[in-house]
Design a protein around this ligand. Structure first.
Ligand code: 5GP
Length: 196
């Protein structure tokens, strides 16, 4: 069992509706030592890849993306969900259904923040149905940039996002892959992955 799986077993709470609550180390209180390990492990798994930019989606992807951007020493860009009056830039838009909020979000990145030919690593805290990742991929492609890979802290393997993205040929790395979780017994099992 790796460090993140151990942390999930210790501090994660399984909620009804296939939601894993990790507010006490990832989503509200941020455990910096766990975060550091997550980003170091993600960087190791994409070893040898040139990365020009880290792209994520607000809000909970930002912390991981920022620490990873620091490791790579590259800029971090996050897609926003709500239009703000003070942004007059042209934007790339896409759509993502939010698994946690059960609503369709229009997400966008201002055009000047992504450039043609850049090699982009997409990161997020969770992978569920792959909606957020697909919206980010769509935006990166609209900009004429390239998706190097997708780095996720916690993938819920019982949902379809990870399988779909791997089948589409993307290099997807998840530090912990939940195979099953039960809100009644608070049991969580993980997919066995080969250590490399
Ligand atoms: P997807 O777009 O892959 O369906 O869902 C991923 C997004 O929804 C992530 O950005 C994450 O913030 C949120 N999310 C999905 N499932 C969970 C979950 O079980 N727990 C938490 N905390 N967030 C989740």
């Amino acid at each position: 069992m790796n460090f993140l799986e151990e942390k999930i077993l210790k501090d994660g709470v399984v909620c009804p509706g296939s939601i894993l609550k990790v507010d006490n180390f990832l989503n509200q209180k941020i455990d910096i030592s766990v975060m550091r390990k997550i980003v170091r492990e993600l960087k190791r798994r994409f070893d040898g890849e040139r990365v020009d930019k880290i792209v994520t989606i607000e809000a909970s992807g930002i912390a991981i993306a920022t620490l990873l951007g620091d490791l790579y020493d590259v800029p971090v860009v996050f897609a926003k969900k709500n239009e703000t009056a003070n942004s007059t830039d042209d934007k790339y838009y896409s759509q993502a259904f939010s698994f946690t909020h059960k609503s369709m979000n229009q997400v966008y990145i201002s055009r000047p923040y992504l450039n043609k030919g850049e090699r982009v690593l997409i990161v997020d805290d969770f992978m569920a149905e792959g909606q957020a990742a697909h919206a980010l991929i769509d935006i990166v492609h609209q900009a004429g940039a390239e998706v190097v890979g997708i780095g996720i802290a916690i993938e819920k393997g019982q949902q379809q996002g990870g399988r779909m993205l791997r089948e589409e040929g993307y290099h997807l790395e998840s530090i912990a892959i939940v195979e099953s979780m039960d809100p009644e017994s608070q049991t969580i099992t993980f997919r066995q992955t080969s250590p490399d």
